[in-house]
Write a protein of this length. Structure first.
Length: 282
């Protein structure tokens, strides 16, 4: 029977560490402050942002949200980001995704000062990741790597299959798994015969947003399964992996909810503290 990778437990430990770091910074009159930019009223984004706000409060990070209507002009958004870049009271900036279709996501992310890039989506930070020397790691990626580390899951020489190629998870995660000497494959929506890849994988990380895409007949015994999917179906939250049917075959598995999700929010707060520390180190 698989070990259940308890993201909530690891998140609790990380939140305590963040809180201690914030206390130490506060003693030096430094107050980590995250500014979130939200465009429109996407219901899923509203839920994520509420969770982020609650955790920020708990670890005593200041959080400020700027709301724009969903028809906001791109120039206006970029001007706001530039003002935040120059505002010494703001340590970190995050633009909640997805953005409405008329906005150029890449241009908006590129407007963020890489030193204040809470998400680690800026091309400078993503490039540094591939060189193996970045301190800015996208929160979901940091969360997955922390879970694997916390449960002593060996990566060296292992076949790691990532399903999904976003700049939020798939691509930056590949860089981190490579750093740990895993052999990395990235599958995506145009991949053919996905099950031939899943059957060879020692570790599968899925971030595609298709409920129960991965089934027990697609995996080998003792596989490690990391589920980033959050699919709402009839009011229920389902992962990309069929937890119940894969559980007996896997050696380790994340539940949904309670796996990667809660740890990602704590990882974002950790990132805010790291950025604040870097900005105040000479
Ligand atoms: N939307 C879904 N996940 C994320 C994330 O990690 N960061 C941002 N900015 N938007 C998201």
């Amino acid at each position: 029977m698989a070990t259940i990778l308890d993201g909530k437990k690891v998140a609790g430990k990380l939140a305590e560490k963040v809180k201690e770091k914030v206390k130490f910074l506060n003693e030096q009159k430094i107050f980590p402050t995250l500014c979130v930019i939200e465009v429109g009223n996407d219901p899923a984004s509203k839920i994520y942002l509420r969770v982020k706000r609650n955790l920020a409060k708990q670890v005593e990070i200041n959080e400020k949200t700027i709301n724009f209507d969903d028809d906001v002009k791109q120039d206006k958004l970029i001007d706001t980001i530039k003002e935040l870049n120059n505002d010494p009271t703001i340590s970190a900036i995050m633009v909640q995704l997805p953005l409405p279709a008329h906005l150029d996501q890449s241009k908006i992310i590129e407007a963020i000062d890489p030193a204040k890039d809470a998400d680690g989506f800026h091309p400078y930070n993503q490039g540094k990741l591939w060189q193996g020397n970045s301190q800015v790691i996208p929160a979901t990626v940091r969360s997955i790597m922390s879970l694997l580390n916390e449960y002593d899951i060996q990566l060296e020489g292992k076949n790691a299959l990532i399903i999904g190629r976003s700049i939020i998870v798939g691509k930056p995660l590949a860089s981190q798994l490579l750093n740990k000497n895993a052999t990395v494959t990235i599958a995506h929506s145009k991949t053919q015969n996905l099950s031939t890849l899943t059957k060879k994988a020692d570790i599968i990380i899925s971030d595609v947003g298709q409920a129960h895409l991965i089934k027990e007949d697609m995996i080998k015994n003792d596989v490690v399964l990391i589920d980033v999917g959050m699919n709402r179906e009839n009011g229920k939250l389902l992962g990309d992996i069929n937890f119940q049917t894969c559980l007996p075959k896997a050696s380790a598995i994340t539940p949904v909810p309670g796996g990667v999700g809660p740890l990602t929010v704590a990882s974002l707060m950790y990132q805010v503290v790291l950025l604040t520390e870097n900005q105040n180190n000479g």
